[in-house]
Design a protein around this ligand. Structure first.
Ligand code: NAD
Length: 365
């Protein structure tokens, strides 16, 4: 039975980089390597222009029905003045909410050809491949009370509330252990159990979940030490699971070990369906719609293509094919092909379509 992908290119370079994923899907289908059925919709400013909403109900239905949503990027100066609740980002927020995507996955992969572009030494980052699994819908960003009160004596008091229930910790830890099973078979759980009650509960539940995964190595790490270790020796990590706040910080730090924004993929997953076991999922590059280069054929499609590779790996269990796509990306970089954002001395300058074509050519070879 064919599998369904719902493509939401969005705005700016979103449409240009999604075109490269569409070419790749057509190639994989033609080769008999996949049997994807695709449909496309509008999100962000383009949806606002067509429907007056950042995503239409009809497209939302399609996103809910699809096996995976592949998302480009939204936004741009054209829509700076639109009402707040229909601004382009509202489309992405609605998708995350309605698909109940509580797990955010941010890999940090350092391609050997780009190791010198990292701010760390080549030997520290070359061959790096780690994944930060961040809890996305709970914790201190959402906990109540969340307020600033005037104390009436010239002072104010601000409160944010870090709150987690055990089911929220359990389900995000299970995502991390499941994913570690498809990768390096090691999970670090990062919290601040030394000073936070939510950390004590986090660690207790993480240990409980670990017992269900005897084939996966498990270690606790304090979140501040995780930050230090990420810049000291990042290759010791496979999967790091952590809460919303620490995940926000650690995933940005980890991603930047590897260089340009145009290279960074991500995924957000929901709970497994009780009948099919399949999770709702959305795959998207970390970057935005890059209005400064939109329409010029300069955008780097690698983050978008690597996001699609994550879909192959995590939504469709096509681990070998995902490996092949990632290897094709590594190979074109090794050949010296560079879009302007990752240009280096002596490299060959290419545009969006040439980069996409070169990646497909590697898969043919
Ligand atoms: P941005 O990520 O769009 O761009 C930042 C810089 O990185 C720009 O110089 C851009 O040219 C460059 N860049 C980004 N992706 C690139 C790629 N694939 N190839 C080459 N260069 C690339 O961030 P911004 O400029 O702060 O925001 C632009 C718009 O995107 C805004 O409307 C913002 O709200 C929106 N945005 C959307 C998302 C999303 O859709 N998830 C995320 C971030 C920003």
């Amino acid at each position: 039975m064919s599998q369904t992908l719902f493509l939401l290119p969005g705005d700016g370079i979103g449409t240009e980089i999604m075109a490269e994923v569409e070419k790749l899907i057509a190639f994989l289908n033609a080769e008999g390597l996949t049997d994807f059925e695709t449909d496309a919709g509008l999100v962000g400013g383009s949806a606002y222009d067509a429907h007056g909403a950042a995503i239409s109900d009809a497209d939302m239905e399609k996103a809910l029905a699809a096996d995976a949503v592949i998302f480009g990027a939204v936004g741009g100066p054209k829509w700076d003045g639109v009402p707040y609740d229909v601004r382009p980002e509202a489309g992405l927020l609605r998708l995350r909410k309605d698909l109940a995507l509580f797990a955010n996955l941010r890999p940090a992969i350092c391609y050997p050809a780009l190791a010198d572009a990292s701010s760390l030494k080549r030997e520290i980052v070359e061959g790096l491949d780690l994944l930060v699994v961040r809890e996305l819908t709970g914790g201190v960003y959402f906990g109540e009370p969340k307020e600033i009160t005037d104390l009436g004596n010239g002072q104010k008091r601000a409160v944010d509330t870090q709150v987690y229930e055990s089911y929220e910790i359990d389900r995000i830890c299970r995502v991390a252990f499941d994913l570690a099973g498809t990768r390096g078979k090691k999970v670090h759980s990062a919290d601040k159990k030394n000073v936070m009650k939510s950390g004590v509960l986090w660690d207790e539940i993480a240990h409980q979940v670990a017992k269900d995964y005897p084939g996966i190595a498990f270690e606790h790490i304090l979140a501040d030490n995780a930050a230090m270790q990420l810049v000291r020796n990042p290759k010791q990590f496979d999967v790091i699971v952590t809460d919303n706040l620490f995940g926000d910080v650690l995933s940005d730090a980890a991603a930047m070990l590897t260089g340009s924004l145009g290279m960074l993929p991500s995924a957000s997953l929901g709970a497994p369906d009780p009948e099919t076991g399949k999770r709702k999922a959305l795959y998207e590059p970390v970057h935005g719609s890059a209005p400064d280069i939109a329409g010029q054929g300069k955008a780097n499609p690698i983050a978008m293509i690597a996001s699609f590779a994550m879909a192959l790996r995590y939504s469709f269990e096509m681990v070998e094919l995902a490996d092949r796509v990632e290897k094709a990306i590594a190979d074109v970089l090794e050949d010296g092909l560079r879009t302007p954002d990752i240009m280096q001395d002596g490299a060959k300058a290419v545009g969006t379509t040439e980069m996409g074509d070169a990646i497909i050519a590697k898969l043919k070879g």
